[in-house]
Ligand binder design. Structure first.
Ligand SMILES: Nc1nc2c(ncn2[C@@H]2O[C@H](COP(=O)(O)OP(=O)(O)OP(=O)(O)O)[C@@H](O)[C@H]2O)c(=O)[nH]1
Ligand SMILES: [Mg+2]
Length: 384
């Protein structure tokens, strides 16, 4: 029993979140204030006044010599240099993490310059690293250019970079005033980080395991997020349709998505049957997808409603490549491909029971656990 407890302790992935620059730190403060189980929050900025107001487990003033606590004034090269000044400290802070979220609003100096440097440090340490960044509004033209260059550098060090276009977000939310749109972006990035962290570190209705996350994010490139919410009879299908209709980054070809990560939150009335439907609907819209993983949790405040967050990994975006958006027809998925999806969900449901039973069984090795879970949860296939 003692061995098992020890195993469960070490089997739990260690998660760190680092916010960089003004927007990045605002987002990590949002997360810290909401509370997050199982992650350590670090906030780093070149701007001492802004940093002093943040909530985090660790604050790091970067580039003290170069920026004298006064920010980077919009120059990413300065942000990179400032980060190199504190590389050893950052390395010490993130060392030992299995998963790192790098959070920033791209387009300024600090976040844009710092994020790729932190990603390189994490990559050398072998940490699974997910960048979570926003790109500036359409009206911030030169800042969008800077953000594009920043993303290209960031993808080299990160496993996946989740990109949220502030302009798309504003559009999707019905042309909110700018200030409100920024607050929504903070909440969106913040809840993405929180949801993923909590489903891999805390028991949930359907657990998303570290191995699942790794499988879908590892070769992820650029990822887009879509969100949806539904209530009433057709709540699941409404939530899914909305999530897929409004990816918060333009995608050139939805059908070419490499992987899909689905996160579902519902009230205590959420059933596994409904969870299975979500997976099928998303697969039908992304027919060439190689990997689908999902997690679901119950939020007692959400009775009657279902909230879906879909992360589409390995997408091509005209924002990054500078191409025009070409709408692609969505292919229907053959019945025989849909069926195993339901079986996979049932396997996960069974796996949940097994997890409870594990407390009375001899402990399996970490390697066996990872193999078993990836077999049950990762649905991969060859599809033309
Ligand atoms: N999501 C979000 N985006 C923000 C926020 N504030 C600014 N932004 C966006 O993020 C971009 C970068 O701004 P900051 O984060 O303030 O810049 P910085 O990284 O601190 O860089 P410097 O101030 O130049 O050192 C802006 O162009 C905005 O598009 C915020 O609170 N939330
Ligand atoms: Mg700043």
């Amino acid at each position: 029993m003692e061995d098992l407890k020890e195993f469960l302790k070490t089997a739990k992935p260690s998660v760190s979140v680092i916010g960089l620059g003004g927007a990045g730190c605002n987002i990590t403060t949002w997360i810290k204030q909401k509370g997050i189980s199982g992650a350590r929050i670090i906030a780093a900025n070149t701007d001492a006044n802004h940093l002093a107001l943040q909530k985090a487990d660790k604050l790091i003033l970067i580039g003290e010599k170069l920026c004298r606590g006064m920010g980077c004034g919009g120059y990413p090269e300065k942000g990179s240099e400032a980060t190199r000044e504190n590389a050893a400290e950052i390395k010490k802070e993130i060392e030992g993490a299995n998963l790192l979220f790098i959070v920033a609003g791209l387009g300024g100096g600090t976040g844009t310059g710092a994020a790729p440097v932190v990603a390189d440090i994490a990559s050398e340490l072998g940490i699974l690293t997910i960048g979570c960044v926003t790109v500036p509004f359409d009206m911030e033209m030169s800042r969008r250019e800077k953000a594009r260059d920043g993303i290209k550098l960031l993808t080299e060090g990160c496993d996946s970079v989740v990109v949220i276009d502030n302009s798309k977000l504003r559009e999707a939310a019905g042309n909110l005033p700018l200030r409100d749109a920024l607050a929504v972006a903070n909440a969106l990035v913040g809840s993405f980080v929180r949801n993923i962290t909590e489903t891999i570190t805390q028991p949930s209705l359907v657990n998303l395991d570290y191995a699942d996350l790794k499988a879908v994010m590892e070769k992820g490139g650029i990822s887009a997020i879509g969100i949806g919410e539904g209530d009433g009879e057709e709540r699941v299908s409404k939530a899914v349709s909305q999530a897929l209709a409004t990816p918060l980054l333009d995608i050139s070809d939805m059908g070419a998505t490499y992987g899909v990560l689905i996160h579902i939150v519902g009230g205590e009335d959420l059933t596994l049957e409904e969870v299975a439907v979500v997976g099928e609907q998303i697969l039908a819209k992304t027919p060439n997808t190689r990997r689908v993983v999902w997690g679901a949790k119950v939020d007692p405040n959400l009775t009657g409603k279902v909230r879906v967050m879909a992360v589409l990994t390995g997408v091509a975006s005209p924002f990054i490549t500078g191409e025009q958006v070409v709408a692609q027809p969505v292919k229907e998925l053959p019945k025989e491909v849909v069926k195993p999806m339901r079986e996979a969900v049932e396997a996960i449901a069974k796996h949940e029971e097994e997890q409870l039973a594990v407390l009375t069984k001899p402990a399996e090795t970490r390697k066996e656990k990872i193999e078993r879970i990836s077999k049950a949860a990762v649905f991969s296939r060859e599809h033309k």
